[in-house]
Ligand binder design. Structure first.
Ligand code: 5AD
Ligand code: SF4
Length: 510
């Protein structure tokens, strides 16, 4: 067992946040201890996002900031989408990075960590003059014993391990300082895997609500999107395994579960792997959703994210039938113009999208609908943009996440002329957000005077206000009468007394 410490910083989406919970659990099970600052850590990891250029730049800023720490013998690793996208180029840009691994390789993380430790201890042991004597960059010799490492663990042919000498001079026979050696462990070749990253060691950061991944990767290949190239092909977990995890979480006291996937609607229950499992128990996404909602102890189930092409009416039926399924659906539209949707390779028209909205509006409970929009996609005209603005009005979203189009490596739309200047993209973004703000100001008022159930998320002591989240996924800040102090993770009934563009205000009902 190692007594090493690690620091992990996460960028990007909920999938990354949850991957990090699994990475943390895996590291802890390997004997590492998590610390809160880079200064305290032996191993510094960044779980990265490359969905837009801005997100990608963050990790390179971090790596340049922390160059000095390498001198203190810290080890750096880059995980996630930038790691997968840039691959070994990261070693060129940041030569002090020792580990580069994409999410499809996390199953092999314990093995990579052991390789890293072995290569580090080997680099410390190799006499410097031997390395300077003209030997080519050498694969780290299999260490005799490094953290219980099997003898050949450093020699997998699908992960590279290289410990080479630096070029700086040293005294003959001196030991090479670890800080100067180049150790390069990669996990980049697993994007065609059928396996998901399943681990019993997830370190969930919230004790009341938690994520469960049901599907990894994406096969949709929307023309602007880097995800199919970074997260690899679509693969689902068995419903049995998802349900087992949900039951386990309920036993631990979790009451809210969020099912995760890049496109949960294309979930395909693989044939159960445990011996004797029965083909008939395979579930559609809607059936899995309902089954998770029926796990005793679970009070709320959410899911994200959905793709309109695969979003079936059976999901709305499930929400109608199972009260624990939250009345909120995030259904990214990206554009209100069929012409642009076509260029984005989204595989649906504006009318088909609106048909799905109509299913939700006909549900027994009022379903809150939110979306993602990209402005300034190549070729988006003023009238395409006007169609998106018009769609916002027609649907009446409760929240819109809007982004300026960002050309991404490998994607088909990179070949299109990104002719819309950044200022124009920024203008469209502003116009769109201003419109959406007006829509929300008007629509959030409708809750005033009603009662909403919230899961209590915390207290702002300075304001003497609690905050909670409704089943609709809205933030509801509320006060409680003297003597009442609702606990984080509990459920409470709140009378809504006021509204803002992005949140509600209320009073605890006792
Ligand atoms: N440029 C801008 N936004 C993008 N998104 C995905 N790829 C890009 C890109 N290249 C947005 C989409 C998606 C959300 C997660 O990020 O709206 O739904
Ligand atoms: Fe990207 Fe489209 Fe897959 Fe979503 S569905 S992850 S936008 S390729």
């Amino acid at each position: 067992m190692s007594s090493k410490t690690f620091y992990l910083e996460t960028f990007g989406c909920q999938m990354n946040v949850h991957d990090s919970e699994k990475v943390v659990g895996t590291l802890v099970s390997e004997g590492y201890r998590q610390v809160e600052t880079v200064e305290e850590a032996d191993l510094v990891l960044y779980n990265t996002c490359s969905i837009r250029d801005k997100a990608e730049q963050k990790v390179f800023n971090r790596l340049s900031d922390y160059k000095k720490y390498k001198k203190q013998g810290k080890t750096f690793g880059v995980l996630g989408c930038v790691a997968q996208q840039e691959g070994e180029k990261i070693f060129e840009r940041a030569p002090y990075v020792s580990l580069v691994a994409g999410s499809a390789s996390y199953r092999r993380l314990p093995e990579m960590l052991r390789q890293l430790e072995a290569a580090e201890s080997a680099a410390r042991e190799i006499p410097f003059d031997r390395l300077r004597a003209g030997s080519p960059p050498a694969a780290a010799p299999p260490p005799a014993k490094a953290g219980g490492l099997p003898e050949n663990a450093g020699l997998r042919d699908d992960a590279s391990v290289v410990a080479t000498a630096g070029t700086s001079a040293g005294k003959s026979g001196s030991r090479k300082p670890a800080a100067e050696s180049l150790i390069r462990i990669t996990g980049l070749d697993d994007r065609e895997t059928d396996e998901c990253f399943e681990t019993e060691f997830t370190a969930r950061s919230n004790p009341h609500r938690g994520y469960i991944t049901i599907i990894e990767g994406c096969d949709k290949f929307c023309s602007y999107c880097v995800v199919p190239y970074t997260r690899g092909k679509e693969r689902s977990r068995t419903s049995e395994s998802v349900l087992a995890e949900a039951r386990q979480m309920a036993d631990l006291g979790y009451t809210e579960i969020q099912l995760l996937g890049q496109n949960v609607n294309s979930y395909k229950d693989p044939e159960g792997k445990p011996a004797g499992s029965n083909k008939n128990s395979r579930k559609t996404f809607a059936e899995l959703l309902a089954a998770v909602g029926e796990v005793p102890g679970i009070r709320r189930v959410r899911f994200t994210t959905s793709h309109p092409r695969d979003f079936g009416r059976d999901i709305v039926d499930a929400i109608d039938a199972v009260p624990t399924l939250c009345d909120h659906v995030h259904l990214p539209v990206q554009s209100g113009s069929t012409r642009v949707l076509d260029a984005m390779q989204r595989l649906y028209t504006r009318d088909q999208y609106l048909e799905r909205i109509a299913w939700m509006k006909a549900a027994k409970r009022e379903i809150s609908i939110t979306t993602d929009v990209i402005v300034g996609f190549p070729g988006e005209t003023e009238s395409d943009f006007a169609a998106t603005l018009d769609l916002l009005e027609e649907v009446g979203y409760d929240a819109v996440f809007a982004f300026k189009y960002s050309p991404r490596p490998n994607t088909p739309s990179l070949k299109l002329d990104d002719a819309i200047p950044d200022e124009e993209k920024a203008r469209r973004l502003e116009v769109l957000m201003a419109k959406q703000r007006e829509i929300q100001i008007a629509s959030y008022k409708r809750y005033i005077g009603t009662h909403c159930e919230v899961m209590v998320e915390g207290k702002n002591e300075a304001r003497a206000q609690y905050s909670g989240r409704t089943s609709h996924n809205k933030t509801l800040n509320f006060t409680a009468p003297a003597g009442a102090s609702p606990k984080t993770g509990s459920y409470a009934s709140i009378l809504v007394t006021g509204s803002f563009p992005n949140s509600l205000l209320g009073e605890l009902v006792v």
